[in-house]
Write a protein that binds this ligand. Structure first.
Ligand SMILES: Cc1cc2nc3c(=O)[nH]c(=O)nc-3n(C[C@H](O)[C@H](O)[C@H](O)COP(=O)(O)O)c2cc1C
Length: 221
């Protein structure tokens, strides 16, 4: 796929077909993603791919935690407040998602169902969990993990796979440790839902927004 169309065509996928991803496709994907840049070529990321029974067990436990509104147990603190402009964008995509699902703001039950579906990783047949070493190299390892994520998402899109990078997959780090066999010395950064997109689902098709270049670029001449 041509790079421009890969960058512009990739989007977060929130409804997946149940078809499993063949092992060789996942392997090819990771063969590409490992070429992401990192500080001093340290490549601090490790990726745990959870599928099958362990993923079903994780989904169930994660949804139960969310349904019971258990306090989050993340390895990386979640943002508690946003600057106004960022908050407006965050609210904007939230609204676009629920509207595409045919829900209205007042439908608290429907919105909660969507939250739980998010906890169930949108039904994706594979969850990739990205970790970095705990307590060392922290800020730059997070930056490196971000570069890895974008590379993974683009490589997946190139192969007809959809991704959704998901903070809500890592709300309860202990559950991922248990069901994904992730050791204590790894910091769980983020999850990525992976699978074949339901191409026609409105939640995978709504129009996305971006700030204009002029809103985020300053020229100093
Ligand atoms: C760090 C991070 C965490 C995210 N967590 C979630 C999430 O928990 N649930 C969700 O539906 N989307 C999540 N997203 C997807 C963003 O909402 C999405 O990338 C953004 O709205 C831009 O849309 P696009 O990816 O379709 O271009 C996350 C993205 C990132 C980078």
């Amino acid at each position: 796929m041509e790079l421009q169309s890969a960058i512009r065509g990739r989007r977060s996928i929130r409804k997946f077909r149940p078809d499993p991803i063949p092992r060789n496709v996942l392997e090819e994907l990771l063969e590409t993603a490992r070429w992401a840049p990192s500080w001093g070529n340290t490549q601090p990321w490790e990726i745990t791919l959870i599928t099958g029974e362990p993923l079903e067990a994780f989904r169930k436990a994660n949804v139960a935690g969310m349904a019971a509104k258990e306090p989050l147990r993340t390895d990386v603190p979640m943002p508690e407040a946003w600057p106004e402009t960022l908050k407006a964008r965050y609210m904007g995509v939230g609204k676009a998602v629920v509207t595409s699902l045919g829900l209205v703001r007042e439908d608290r039950e429907g919105r909660f169902r969507h939250q739980l579906n998010m906890g169930a990783v949108f039904g994706a047949p594979c969850l990739a969990v990205v970790t970095v070493p705990r307590d060392i190299l922290v800020e730059y390892a997070m930056l490196d993990a971000g570069l890895f994520l974008q590379t993974l998402a683009l490589a997946a899109h190139d192969r007809g796979l959809g991704t959704c990078i998901m903070a809500s997959a890592v709300h309860y780090a202990d559950l991922l440790r248990r069901h994904g066999q992730i050791p204590e010395d790894r910091r769980i950064v983020i999850g990525v839902a992976l699978g074949y997109p339901e191409a026609e689902a409105p939640v995978n098709r709504f129009e996305r927004q971006r700030a204009a270049v002029a809103d985020c670029v300053k020229w100093v001449e």
